[in-house]
Design a protein around this ligand. Structure first.
Ligand SMILES: *Cc1c(COP(=O)(O)O)cnc(C)c1O
Length: 424
């Protein structure tokens, strides 16, 4: 709506015209499946994209549209597509670029769901995944060939809390004209600005910090301004440049729109249907208004608690990117906006002790989620990473005594007191 607004202003006002419709201050929930076209000609024009307008909620919806327009503006992107989940956003973002017989490069520090999606489901679709280390960019180039379609990584990884070396990754991708996809769920648009660093596509699970209260599942894909230039006439992305016969021969590269999310909508959302629902989109709109304030508070409390943990004699080590001496400290200083989210982890040496701490906390909930206003404690070795051997666990940085925290919005003093009595 306004090129000059700061993200926190866009988060409250962008993409919704209060003066249109009934003048409601809050964005209305358009809980509808379909739309009256008014005339046969309008219907035909909308289907042919000669006229943009509502067709069917699997393709577009006015409430979801506000979320898409607003989130894109908050992140500084050109356009967005909201999806049924973060998992669906990651899936669409990859298969919008890669097909059977092609490959993608995936960071080794990655969300478990993305790992299983790529290692199992996409493999069955004939898409190969090659793993690299996002903090050792020299591991990337040897994996690239003429079938490589995307380089995928997380800004702050869940659950390992590692920060990717964006500048190095993006410069390799640009040299080879390959699109980069960042999962920016944990950092949110406020802690890391993917498009300022030249990343092409950003995906998010909105279920975490954007919802902020664990109220629903959703995701979003955002493309950077100018991404069309990478896709047009690029031999890696022929499907954006050749007729799409499922859409009567439409050629995306000839359209005057941001074509990455447009194709994801017209082709993937149309055929697969994992789209955002109006009511959950509305919940995320409420969360987005205060995300800026909340993510900073989550981060400040996490840093306070991380510092306190380093003083506890029963704690062997603490990981938080903004602790001096942390292996991610230099990246945090370079890439993040002074905050590093509410995720931290600490190690108490053995499994039984870690479990005792989990059972002893009164405020922290034993839940496998992150980004909630309510603080969460997890023990990876006995839950999310239970199926792995001890060697495999060690490879993803999971030790038997590792405890993970997602710091919520409670008073940090109360959380410290709770941890203190649980650690004993
Ligand atoms: C939770 C999460 C996802 C998946 O999101 P859902 O909304 O649960 O489907 C993807 N990436 C990251 C980094 C996540 O934390």
């Amino acid at each position: 709506m306004s090129e000059t607004w700061k993200p926190e202003t866009s988060a409250i006002h962008a993409a919704y015209d209060k003066k249109a419709g009934e003048g409601t201050m809050a964005v209305p929930i358009y809980q509808t499946t379909a739309y009256e076209f008014g005339s046969a000609e309008t219907a035909a024009n909308r289907f042919a994209l000669r006229e943009l307008g509502n067709i069917y909620t699997r393709l577009n919806n006015p409430t979801v549209g506000v979320l898409e327009g607003r989130f894109a503006e908050v992140e500084g992107g050109a356009a967005a597509l909201a999806t049924a989940s973060g998992a669906a956003a990651v899936f669409y973002s990859i298969v919008n670029l890669a097909a059977s017989g092609e490959n993608i490069l995936l960071a080794n520090k990655i969300y478990g769901g993305t790992l299983s999606l790529t290692q199992y489901t996409l493999k069955r679709f004939g898409i190969e995944t090659r793993i690299y280390d996002p903090q050792k960019p020299e591991t990337i180039e040897p994996l690239i060939d003429d079938k490589t379609r995307a380089i995928v990584f997380e800004s702050i990884s869940n659950p390992s809390i590692d920060i990717a070396d964006f500048e190095a990754i993006v410069s390799i991708a640009k040299k080879h004209q390959i699109a980069t996809i960042v999962d920016n769920t944990v950092a949110t648009p406020y802690l890391f600005r993917p498009f300022d660093w030249g990343v092409d596509v950003s995906v998010h699970s909105l279920s975490k910090y954007t919802s902020g209260q664990g109220l629903g599942i959703g995701g979003i894909i955002v493309e950077r301004k100018g991404l069309n230039e990478l896709l047009i006439n690029n031999p890696r992305y022929k499907h954006f440049n050749e007729p799409d016969y499922s859409y009567h021969g439409l050629v995306y590269s000839q359209l005057p729109f941001p074509i990455y999310t447009l194709r994801a909508r017209l082709s993937l959302a149309r055929d697969i249907g994992a789209i955002a629902q109006p009511f959950t989109a509305w919940l995320f709109l409420q969360g987005l208004e205060t995300l800026n304030l909340r993510i900073k508070r989550h981060s400040e409390s996490a840093l306070t608690i991380a510092k306190w943990l380093t003083t506890n004699k029963k704690v062997n080590s603490v990981s938080y990117p903004l602790l001096e001496g942390d292996k991610n400290y230099a990246y945090a200083k370079k890439y993040l906006k002074g905050y590093a989210s509410g995720l931290l982890s600490f190690d108490v040496g053995d499994l039984e002790f870690a479990k005792r701490i989990l059972n002893g906390t009164k405020i922290f909930s034993r839940v496998v989620n992150i980004g909630d206003s309510k603080s969460i404690i997890t023990h990876s070795a006995s839950t999310t990473h239970q199926q792995l051997t001890e060697k495999e666990q060690a490879d993803c940085g999971i030790t038997p005594g590792l405890v993970r925290l997602s710091i919520g919005l409670e008073a940090p003093e109360d959380l410290i007191a709770d941890l203190e009595q649980a650690i004993g």
